[in-house]
Design a protein around this ligand. Sequence first.
Ligand code: ATP
Ligand code: MG
Length: 440
Amino acid sequence: MRLSRYFMPILKENPKEAEIVSHRLMLRAGMIRQQSQGIYSWLPLGKRVLDKVNAIIREEQNRAGAIELSMPTLQSAELWQESGRYDAYGKEMLRIKDRQDRPMLYGPTNEEMVTDIFRSSVKSYKDLPLNLYHIQLKFRDEIRPRFGTMRSREFMMKDAYSFDLTREGAEHSYNKMFAAYLRTFDRLGLRAIPMRADTGPIGGNLSHEFIILADTGESEVFCHKDFVGFDIPDERTDFDSVEGLKAIFDKWTSLYAATSEMHDEAAFNAVPEAERLSARGIEVGHIFYFGTKYSETMGAKVQGPDGKEHFVHMGSYGIGPTRLVPAIIEASHDDNGIIWPSSVAPFDVVVINMKVGDEACDDTCELIYAALTKAGKDVLYDDTDDRAGTKFATADLIGVPVQIIAGPRAVANGEVEVKDRKTGARETMTIEAAINRFVA
Ligand code: ATP
Ligand code: MG
Protein backbone atom coordinates (compact mmCIF):
# COMPACT_ATOMS: atom_id res chain seq x y z
CA MET A 1 0.00 0.00 0.00
CA ARG A 2 1.34 3.40 -1.00
CA LEU A 3 0.71 5.85 1.79
CA SER A 4 0.16 8.66 -0.75
CA ARG A 5 -2.89 6.75 -2.03
CA TYR A 6 -4.07 5.35 1.31
CA PHE A 7 -6.62 6.74 3.75
CA MET A 8 -5.03 7.09 7.17
CA PRO A 9 -6.18 10.33 8.79
CA ILE A 10 -3.51 10.91 11.45
CA LEU A 11 -4.25 13.42 14.22
CA LYS A 12 -1.37 15.61 15.36
CA GLU A 13 -3.04 16.78 18.55
CA ASN A 14 -4.19 14.60 21.40
CA PRO A 15 -7.97 14.26 21.19
CA LYS A 16 -9.50 15.73 24.34
CA GLU A 17 -12.33 13.23 24.62
CA ALA A 18 -9.97 10.26 25.05
CA GLU A 19 -9.37 9.30 28.68
CA ILE A 20 -7.20 6.24 28.20
CA VAL A 21 -4.13 5.63 26.09
CA SER A 22 -5.64 3.07 23.71
CA HIS A 23 -8.53 5.37 22.82
CA ARG A 24 -6.13 8.24 22.29
CA LEU A 25 -3.82 6.21 20.08
CA MET A 26 -6.64 4.67 18.03
CA LEU A 27 -7.97 8.15 17.26
CA ARG A 28 -4.52 9.60 16.60
CA ALA A 29 -3.53 6.75 14.29
CA GLY A 30 -6.75 7.17 12.32
CA MET A 31 -8.05 3.71 13.17
CA ILE A 32 -11.58 4.63 14.23
CA ARG A 33 -14.07 7.45 14.11
CA GLN A 34 -17.01 7.94 16.43
CA GLN A 35 -20.26 8.30 14.47
CA SER A 36 -22.59 8.77 17.41
CA GLN A 37 -22.28 7.96 21.08
CA GLY A 38 -20.72 4.51 21.43
CA ILE A 39 -20.95 3.78 17.69
CA TYR A 40 -17.80 3.69 15.60
CA SER A 41 -16.55 3.38 12.06
CA TRP A 42 -13.41 1.33 11.63
CA LEU A 43 -11.17 3.24 9.24
CA PRO A 44 -8.81 1.28 6.95
CA LEU A 45 -5.89 0.93 9.39
CA GLY A 46 -8.18 -0.16 12.22
CA LYS A 47 -10.07 -2.50 9.93
CA ARG A 48 -6.84 -4.28 9.03
CA VAL A 49 -6.07 -4.96 12.69
CA LEU A 50 -9.63 -6.03 13.45
CA ASP A 51 -9.55 -8.45 10.50
CA LYS A 52 -6.31 -9.99 11.76
CA VAL A 53 -7.72 -10.39 15.26
CA ASN A 54 -10.81 -12.06 13.80
CA ALA A 55 -8.68 -14.36 11.64
CA ILE A 56 -6.88 -15.68 14.73
CA ILE A 57 -10.13 -16.09 16.64
CA ARG A 58 -11.60 -17.97 13.67
CA GLU A 59 -8.58 -20.29 13.32
CA GLU A 60 -8.72 -21.26 16.98
CA GLN A 61 -12.50 -21.74 16.97
CA ASN A 62 -12.20 -23.99 13.93
CA ARG A 63 -9.31 -25.90 15.49
CA ALA A 64 -11.50 -26.58 18.53
CA GLY A 65 -14.22 -27.98 16.26
CA ALA A 66 -16.62 -25.03 16.23
CA ILE A 67 -18.41 -24.34 12.94
CA GLU A 68 -18.91 -20.85 11.55
CA LEU A 69 -22.23 -19.51 10.31
CA SER A 70 -23.69 -16.04 10.15
CA MET A 71 -26.81 -14.90 11.94
CA PRO A 72 -28.47 -11.50 11.40
CA THR A 73 -28.13 -8.48 13.66
CA LEU A 74 -31.90 -7.84 13.66
CA GLN A 75 -34.05 -10.38 15.44
CA SER A 76 -37.76 -10.86 15.87
CA ALA A 77 -39.01 -10.23 19.42
CA GLU A 78 -41.00 -13.48 19.29
CA LEU A 79 -38.02 -15.70 19.99
CA TRP A 80 -37.15 -13.64 23.03
CA GLN A 81 -40.70 -13.81 24.28
CA GLU A 82 -40.45 -17.60 24.08
CA SER A 83 -37.34 -17.70 26.25
CA GLY A 84 -38.76 -15.11 28.61
CA ARG A 85 -35.86 -12.72 28.11
CA TYR A 86 -37.71 -10.08 26.06
CA ASP A 87 -38.91 -8.33 29.18
CA ALA A 88 -36.07 -9.43 31.43
CA TYR A 89 -33.28 -7.94 29.30
CA GLY A 90 -34.18 -4.37 30.17
CA LYS A 91 -33.02 -1.10 28.69
CA GLU A 92 -29.76 -2.42 27.24
CA MET A 93 -31.79 -3.95 24.42
CA LEU A 94 -32.53 -1.71 21.47
CA ARG A 95 -36.14 -2.39 20.49
CA ILE A 96 -37.46 -1.39 17.09
CA LYS A 97 -40.67 -1.80 15.10
CA ASP A 98 -40.82 -2.63 11.41
CA ARG A 99 -43.36 -1.07 9.01
CA GLN A 100 -45.96 -3.70 9.91
CA ASP A 101 -45.55 -2.68 13.53
CA ARG A 102 -43.90 -5.98 14.40
CA PRO A 103 -41.51 -5.77 17.36
CA MET A 104 -37.89 -6.39 16.41
CA LEU A 105 -34.63 -5.91 18.24
CA TYR A 106 -30.96 -5.40 17.47
CA GLY A 107 -29.41 -8.55 18.94
CA PRO A 108 -27.35 -8.12 22.13
CA THR A 109 -26.54 -11.87 21.95
CA ASN A 110 -27.86 -14.90 20.04
CA GLU A 111 -28.85 -17.76 22.38
CA GLU A 112 -32.48 -17.67 21.26
CA MET A 113 -31.74 -17.49 17.56
CA VAL A 114 -29.18 -20.28 17.55
CA THR A 115 -31.50 -22.46 19.66
CA ASP A 116 -34.18 -21.88 17.03
CA ILE A 117 -31.79 -22.91 14.25
CA PHE A 118 -30.83 -25.98 16.24
CA ARG A 119 -34.36 -27.16 17.04
CA SER A 120 -35.49 -26.73 13.44
CA SER A 121 -33.09 -29.36 12.15
CA VAL A 122 -31.28 -31.40 14.79
CA LYS A 123 -33.33 -34.31 16.05
CA SER A 124 -30.88 -37.01 17.12
CA TYR A 125 -28.03 -37.36 19.58
CA LYS A 126 -26.02 -38.71 16.63
CA ASP A 127 -25.66 -35.15 15.36
CA LEU A 128 -24.06 -34.03 18.63
CA PRO A 129 -21.86 -32.52 19.86
CA LEU A 130 -22.38 -29.35 17.85
CA ASN A 131 -20.83 -25.94 18.31
CA LEU A 132 -21.95 -23.09 16.04
CA TYR A 133 -20.38 -19.63 16.05
CA HIS A 134 -20.39 -16.36 14.21
CA ILE A 135 -18.51 -13.09 14.36
CA GLN A 136 -21.17 -10.42 14.20
CA LEU A 137 -22.12 -6.96 15.43
CA LYS A 138 -24.13 -6.69 18.61
CA PHE A 139 -25.92 -3.76 20.16
CA ARG A 140 -26.24 -3.06 23.87
CA ASP A 141 -27.46 0.34 24.94
CA GLU A 142 -24.82 0.64 27.67
CA ILE A 143 -25.47 3.27 30.36
CA ARG A 144 -21.89 4.46 30.13
CA PRO A 145 -20.26 3.75 26.79
CA ARG A 146 -16.66 4.92 27.12
CA PHE A 147 -13.01 4.41 26.28
CA GLY A 148 -13.70 4.22 22.55
CA THR A 149 -14.38 0.72 21.29
CA MET A 150 -13.47 -0.74 24.69
CA ARG A 151 -17.06 -0.23 25.83
CA SER A 152 -19.22 0.79 22.93
CA ARG A 153 -22.91 0.36 22.21
CA GLU A 154 -22.45 -1.30 18.85
CA PHE A 155 -19.59 -3.78 19.07
CA MET A 156 -18.40 -6.99 17.51
CA MET A 157 -18.61 -10.33 19.22
CA LYS A 158 -17.47 -13.81 18.37
CA ASP A 159 -20.20 -15.85 19.96
CA ALA A 160 -20.23 -19.63 19.93
CA TYR A 161 -22.99 -21.93 21.18
CA SER A 162 -22.52 -25.58 22.07
CA PHE A 163 -25.12 -28.36 22.15
CA ASP A 164 -24.64 -31.69 23.91
CA LEU A 165 -26.76 -34.61 25.02
CA THR A 166 -25.44 -34.70 28.58
CA ARG A 167 -23.87 -32.51 31.20
CA GLU A 168 -20.57 -34.42 30.87
CA GLY A 169 -20.58 -33.80 27.13
CA ALA A 170 -21.29 -30.12 27.71
CA GLU A 171 -18.37 -29.91 30.13
CA HIS A 172 -16.05 -31.26 27.45
CA SER A 173 -17.44 -28.68 25.01
CA TYR A 174 -16.80 -26.03 27.66
CA ASN A 175 -13.23 -27.23 28.10
CA LYS A 176 -12.65 -27.06 24.34
CA MET A 177 -13.56 -23.39 24.33
CA PHE A 178 -11.56 -22.83 27.51
CA ALA A 179 -8.39 -24.17 25.83
CA ALA A 180 -9.19 -22.39 22.54
CA TYR A 181 -9.47 -19.09 24.44
CA LEU A 182 -6.11 -19.56 26.13
CA ARG A 183 -4.54 -20.14 22.71
CA THR A 184 -6.40 -17.26 21.06
CA PHE A 185 -5.36 -14.61 23.58
CA ASP A 186 -1.79 -15.89 23.60
CA ARG A 187 -1.57 -15.57 19.82
CA LEU A 188 -2.83 -12.00 20.15
CA GLY A 189 0.15 -11.27 22.38
CA LEU A 190 -1.95 -11.14 25.55
CA ARG A 191 -1.87 -12.91 28.89
CA ALA A 192 -5.49 -13.56 29.78
CA ILE A 193 -6.36 -15.22 33.06
CA PRO A 194 -9.59 -17.22 33.39
CA MET A 195 -11.50 -16.17 36.49
CA ARG A 196 -14.62 -17.59 38.08
CA ALA A 197 -17.45 -15.32 37.12
CA ASP A 198 -21.02 -14.42 37.68
CA THR A 199 -23.37 -15.62 34.94
CA GLY A 200 -25.54 -12.47 34.75
CA PRO A 201 -28.59 -12.32 32.46
CA ILE A 202 -27.36 -15.30 30.37
CA GLY A 203 -28.01 -17.51 33.42
CA GLY A 204 -26.41 -20.78 34.45
CA ASN A 205 -23.89 -22.11 36.90
CA LEU A 206 -20.42 -22.61 35.38
CA SER A 207 -18.69 -19.56 34.00
CA HIS A 208 -15.28 -18.00 33.49
CA GLU A 209 -14.26 -14.55 32.41
CA PHE A 210 -10.94 -14.16 30.62
CA ILE A 211 -9.26 -11.09 32.01
CA ILE A 212 -6.22 -9.12 30.92
CA LEU A 213 -4.47 -7.27 33.70
CA ALA A 214 -4.39 -3.53 32.96
CA ASP A 215 -4.54 -0.45 35.15
CA THR A 216 -7.27 1.03 32.98
CA GLY A 217 -9.46 -2.07 33.26
CA GLU A 218 -13.00 -1.71 34.56
CA SER A 219 -13.02 -4.92 36.60
CA GLU A 220 -11.41 -5.42 39.96
CA VAL A 221 -9.72 -8.83 40.08
CA PHE A 222 -7.92 -11.05 42.55
CA CYS A 223 -5.67 -13.95 41.60
CA HIS A 224 -2.59 -16.03 42.26
CA LYS A 225 0.57 -14.59 40.69
CA ASP A 226 1.60 -17.91 39.17
CA PHE A 227 -1.03 -17.59 36.44
CA VAL A 228 1.18 -15.01 34.77
CA GLY A 229 3.73 -17.72 33.96
CA PHE A 230 1.50 -20.73 33.18
CA ASP A 231 2.09 -22.60 29.90
CA ILE A 232 -0.42 -22.20 27.08
CA PRO A 233 -1.81 -25.38 25.43
CA ASP A 234 0.25 -25.84 22.26
CA GLU A 235 -0.97 -26.45 18.74
CA ARG A 236 -0.78 -30.21 19.08
CA THR A 237 -3.53 -30.07 21.72
CA ASP A 238 -6.02 -32.85 21.00
CA PHE A 239 -9.45 -31.27 21.30
CA ASP A 240 -11.10 -34.69 21.22
CA SER A 241 -9.24 -35.87 24.30
CA VAL A 242 -11.63 -35.55 27.24
CA GLU A 243 -8.90 -36.20 29.82
CA GLY A 244 -6.37 -33.96 28.07
CA LEU A 245 -8.68 -30.96 28.04
CA LYS A 246 -9.88 -31.65 31.56
CA ALA A 247 -6.25 -31.54 32.68
CA ILE A 248 -5.80 -28.12 31.06
CA PHE A 249 -8.99 -26.85 32.70
CA ASP A 250 -7.99 -28.27 36.10
CA LYS A 251 -4.55 -26.73 35.93
CA TRP A 252 -5.85 -23.30 34.95
CA THR A 253 -8.47 -23.34 37.68
CA SER A 254 -6.26 -24.86 40.38
CA LEU A 255 -5.30 -21.50 41.91
CA TYR A 256 -7.35 -18.62 43.17
CA ALA A 257 -8.71 -16.22 40.54
CA ALA A 258 -11.95 -14.26 40.75
CA THR A 259 -13.54 -10.99 39.74
CA SER A 260 -14.94 -8.75 42.47
CA GLU A 261 -18.49 -10.14 42.04
CA MET A 262 -17.24 -13.63 42.89
CA HIS A 263 -14.47 -12.61 45.27
CA ASP A 264 -14.06 -14.66 48.43
CA GLU A 265 -11.88 -12.70 50.82
CA ALA A 266 -11.13 -15.68 53.06
CA ALA A 267 -10.07 -17.94 50.19
CA PHE A 268 -7.87 -15.18 48.76
CA ASN A 269 -6.24 -14.59 52.13
CA ALA A 270 -5.33 -18.28 52.21
CA VAL A 271 -2.97 -17.56 49.29
CA PRO A 272 0.48 -16.62 50.69
CA GLU A 273 0.71 -12.85 50.73
CA ALA A 274 3.68 -12.61 48.35
CA GLU A 275 1.73 -14.58 45.74
CA ARG A 276 -1.46 -12.52 45.84
CA LEU A 277 -2.21 -10.29 42.93
CA SER A 278 -5.00 -7.78 43.25
CA ALA A 279 -5.29 -5.64 40.19
CA ARG A 280 -7.56 -4.15 37.60
CA GLY A 281 -8.47 -6.05 34.48
CA ILE A 282 -10.20 -5.93 31.12
CA GLU A 283 -12.71 -8.66 30.35
CA VAL A 284 -12.00 -9.88 26.82
CA GLY A 285 -13.91 -13.16 26.86
CA HIS A 286 -16.63 -14.89 28.81
CA ILE A 287 -17.76 -18.50 28.68
CA PHE A 288 -20.87 -20.05 30.20
CA TYR A 289 -22.40 -23.45 30.70
CA PHE A 290 -26.10 -23.01 31.36
CA GLY A 291 -27.52 -26.51 31.00
CA THR A 292 -31.05 -26.78 29.67
CA LYS A 293 -32.18 -23.22 30.43
CA TYR A 294 -32.95 -22.34 26.79
CA SER A 295 -33.59 -25.82 25.46
CA GLU A 296 -36.42 -26.27 27.96
CA THR A 297 -38.13 -22.92 27.40
CA MET A 298 -37.70 -23.19 23.64
CA GLY A 299 -38.20 -26.92 23.20
CA ALA A 300 -34.79 -27.97 21.82
CA LYS A 301 -34.82 -31.76 22.19
CA VAL A 302 -33.01 -34.66 20.60
CA GLN A 303 -33.66 -38.37 20.65
CA GLY A 304 -31.10 -40.12 22.87
CA PRO A 305 -29.62 -43.63 22.49
CA ASP A 306 -32.38 -44.74 24.89
CA GLY A 307 -35.00 -43.73 22.30
CA LYS A 308 -36.33 -41.00 24.60
CA GLU A 309 -36.35 -37.24 24.03
CA HIS A 310 -33.81 -35.15 25.95
CA PHE A 311 -33.43 -31.42 26.32
CA VAL A 312 -29.95 -30.49 25.10
CA HIS A 313 -27.28 -29.05 27.38
CA MET A 314 -25.95 -25.77 26.12
CA GLY A 315 -23.12 -23.33 26.64
CA SER A 316 -22.22 -19.98 25.12
CA TYR A 317 -18.82 -18.46 24.57
CA GLY A 318 -18.09 -14.82 23.77
CA ILE A 319 -15.01 -12.87 22.75
CA GLY A 320 -15.05 -9.14 21.97
CA PRO A 321 -12.80 -8.34 18.96
CA THR A 322 -13.58 -4.62 19.00
CA ARG A 323 -12.59 -4.56 22.69
CA LEU A 324 -9.50 -6.69 22.09
CA VAL A 325 -7.94 -4.15 19.73
CA PRO A 326 -7.75 -1.42 22.41
CA ALA A 327 -6.84 -4.06 25.03
CA ILE A 328 -3.81 -5.05 22.93
CA ILE A 329 -2.80 -1.38 22.73
CA GLU A 330 -3.19 -0.95 26.50
CA ALA A 331 -0.76 -3.86 26.89
CA SER A 332 1.68 -2.77 24.20
CA HIS A 333 2.58 0.86 23.54
CA ASP A 334 5.14 3.51 24.49
CA ASP A 335 5.30 7.31 24.47
CA ASN A 336 5.61 7.35 20.68
CA GLY A 337 2.63 5.19 19.91
CA ILE A 338 1.37 1.68 19.39
CA ILE A 339 3.63 -1.41 19.31
CA TRP A 340 1.68 -4.14 17.52
CA PRO A 341 2.46 -7.80 18.15
CA SER A 342 3.36 -9.06 14.66
CA SER A 343 0.35 -11.41 14.63
CA VAL A 344 -2.11 -8.51 14.40
CA ALA A 345 -0.02 -5.65 12.98
CA PRO A 346 -1.86 -3.77 10.21
CA PHE A 347 1.30 -4.05 8.09
CA ASP A 348 4.34 -6.29 8.53
CA VAL A 349 6.75 -3.57 7.52
CA VAL A 350 6.81 0.10 6.56
CA VAL A 351 9.28 1.30 3.93
CA ILE A 352 10.19 4.93 4.53
CA ASN A 353 11.48 6.93 1.60
CA MET A 354 13.45 9.80 3.15
CA LYS A 355 13.84 11.74 -0.07
CA VAL A 356 11.01 11.26 -2.52
CA GLY A 357 12.10 12.48 -5.95
CA ASP A 358 15.70 11.35 -5.45
CA GLU A 359 16.17 8.71 -8.10
CA ALA A 360 18.29 6.34 -6.01
CA CYS A 361 15.92 6.53 -3.01
CA ASP A 362 12.85 6.06 -5.19
CA ASP A 363 14.35 3.09 -7.04
CA THR A 364 15.51 1.42 -3.84
CA CYS A 365 12.12 1.81 -2.16
CA GLU A 366 10.26 0.56 -5.24
CA LEU A 367 12.55 -2.46 -5.37
CA ILE A 368 12.04 -3.33 -1.70
CA TYR A 369 8.31 -2.63 -1.87
CA ALA A 370 7.92 -4.93 -4.89
CA ALA A 371 10.08 -7.72 -3.44
CA LEU A 372 8.35 -7.81 -0.06
CA THR A 373 4.88 -7.55 -1.58
CA LYS A 374 5.73 -10.43 -3.90
CA ALA A 375 6.85 -12.42 -0.85
CA GLY A 376 3.32 -12.04 0.53
CA LYS A 377 4.10 -9.39 3.14
CA ASP A 378 1.74 -6.54 3.98
CA VAL A 379 3.89 -3.54 3.14
CA LEU A 380 3.15 0.11 3.72
CA TYR A 381 5.32 2.35 1.53
CA ASP A 382 5.65 5.90 2.81
CA ASP A 383 6.09 7.68 -0.52
CA THR A 384 4.61 10.96 0.69
CA ASP A 385 6.55 14.22 0.56
CA ASP A 386 6.28 14.76 4.34
CA ARG A 387 9.39 15.75 6.26
CA ALA A 388 11.55 12.93 7.62
CA GLY A 389 10.57 13.75 11.21
CA THR A 390 6.88 13.46 10.36
CA LYS A 391 7.44 10.13 8.63
CA PHE A 392 9.29 8.71 11.62
CA ALA A 393 6.61 9.92 14.00
CA THR A 394 3.86 8.40 11.87
CA ALA A 395 5.66 5.06 11.57
CA ASP A 396 6.16 4.92 15.34
CA LEU A 397 2.57 6.00 16.04
CA ILE A 398 0.95 3.32 13.89
CA GLY A 399 3.20 0.69 15.46
CA VAL A 400 4.25 -1.40 12.45
CA PRO A 401 6.84 -3.87 13.84
CA VAL A 402 9.67 -3.15 11.37
CA GLN A 403 10.68 0.04 9.55
CA ILE A 404 12.99 0.02 6.54
CA ILE A 405 14.45 3.49 6.12
CA ALA A 406 15.96 4.54 2.81
CA GLY A 407 17.93 7.80 2.97
CA PRO A 408 20.23 9.22 0.26
CA ARG A 409 23.49 8.59 2.12
CA ALA A 410 22.87 4.92 2.93
CA VAL A 411 21.33 4.22 -0.46
CA ALA A 412 24.44 5.59 -2.18
CA ASN A 413 26.29 2.72 -0.47
CA GLY A 414 23.65 0.21 -1.47
CA GLU A 415 22.35 0.15 2.10
CA VAL A 416 19.23 0.89 4.16
CA GLU A 417 18.50 1.13 7.86
CA VAL A 418 16.21 -1.40 9.53
CA LYS A 419 14.53 -0.32 12.75
CA ASP A 420 12.74 -2.55 15.22
CA ARG A 421 9.71 -0.61 16.50
CA LYS A 422 9.65 -2.36 19.85
CA THR A 423 13.28 -2.05 20.91
CA GLY A 424 14.15 0.98 18.80
CA ALA A 425 17.31 -0.84 17.66
CA ARG A 426 18.56 0.29 14.25
CA GLU A 427 20.80 -1.71 11.99
CA THR A 428 22.38 -0.69 8.69
CA MET A 429 22.49 -3.45 6.10
CA THR A 430 22.56 -4.04 2.37
CA ILE A 431 19.29 -3.74 0.50
CA GLU A 432 19.47 -7.44 -0.25
CA ALA A 433 19.94 -8.33 3.41
CA ALA A 434 16.95 -6.17 4.37
CA ILE A 435 14.77 -7.97 1.83
CA ASN A 436 16.06 -11.39 2.86
CA ARG A 437 15.09 -10.79 6.47
CA PHE A 438 11.49 -11.08 5.34
CA VAL A 439 11.78 -13.39 2.37
CA ALA A 440 14.05 -16.02 3.85
P1 ATP B 1 -19.06 -6.33 30.55
O1 ATP B 1 -19.10 -7.01 31.90
O2 ATP B 1 -17.74 -5.76 30.20
O3 ATP B 1 -20.20 -5.38 30.35
P2 ATP B 1 -20.55 -8.50 29.53
O4 ATP B 1 -20.37 -9.40 30.68
O5 ATP B 1 -21.80 -7.77 29.40
O6 ATP B 1 -19.33 -7.47 29.48
P3 ATP B 1 -20.62 -10.73 27.72
O7 ATP B 1 -22.09 -10.81 27.59
O8 ATP B 1 -19.92 -11.73 28.52
O9 ATP B 1 -20.22 -9.26 28.19
O10 ATP B 1 -20.02 -10.60 26.24
C1 ATP B 1 -18.90 -11.33 25.75
C2 ATP B 1 -17.76 -10.41 25.37
O11 ATP B 1 -18.18 -9.36 24.52
C3 ATP B 1 -17.11 -9.70 26.55
O12 ATP B 1 -16.19 -10.53 27.20
C4 ATP B 1 -16.44 -8.52 25.88
O13 ATP B 1 -15.20 -8.92 25.33
C5 ATP B 1 -17.40 -8.19 24.75
N1 ATP B 1 -18.25 -7.05 25.09
C6 ATP B 1 -19.35 -7.06 25.90
N2 ATP B 1 -19.89 -5.85 26.00
C7 ATP B 1 -19.13 -5.02 25.22
C8 ATP B 1 -19.17 -3.62 24.91
N3 ATP B 1 -20.13 -2.83 25.38
N4 ATP B 1 -18.23 -3.13 24.07
C9 ATP B 1 -17.26 -3.91 23.57
N5 ATP B 1 -17.17 -5.23 23.83
C10 ATP B 1 -18.08 -5.79 24.63
MG1 MG C 1 -19.35 -10.84 31.05
